[in-house]
Design a binder for this molecule. Sequence first.
Ligand code: IMP
Ligand code: MG
Length: 172
Amino acid sequence: MSRKKIFLTEEKIKHRIEQLGKEISLAYLDQEVMVVGVLKGAFIFMADLVRSLTIPVKVDFVAVSSYGFSSQSSGVVQIIKDTGQSITNKQVLIIEDIVDTGLTLHYLKERFLAREPKEVKICTLLDKPARREVPLKADYVGFVVPDAFLVGYGLDYQEKYRNLRDIFIIEV
Ligand code: IMP
Ligand code: MG
């Protein structure tokens, strides 16, 4: 059993998501957005965020693997599941749990842009800028976090802890 320390409570996360929902709804005002969640980590954040949006949304998912079974990035990004709908001419909002090195979203964004969407924006619950390896700026950020390994609320360590309601720092 690894040691965990609470970092963000369920209440804090909920409050921040309500703010993000308002901010994003205002920015898109009556325009339709194609919300694309990055599995698996973003599934809980995405479920809460889309319910805080008051604009028309379509929902899709991609699954990407960049870490394998370790807490260190291999730097290799692999698409395991692509979007089921076309993103051409759509306003795409990618939803991610955490931006770390930036490699995953850098790759995904480039790949999406090649399909000629109207635009591609990024919303991440957590941003760990200290570990960035490629320049990647998210358009909407829930919380800027320190260089520590976080679990809970969708985030895993070796596929565990995704179901925790709060976010914890874990010693790995
Ligand atoms: P990046 O490509 O290095 O930006 O990594 C993005 C992915 O790495 C995220 O979608 C997470 O799945 C995973 N990741 C990065 N940092 C953490 C963390 O602190 N806890 C859990 N997963 C993480
Ligand atoms: Mg992830």
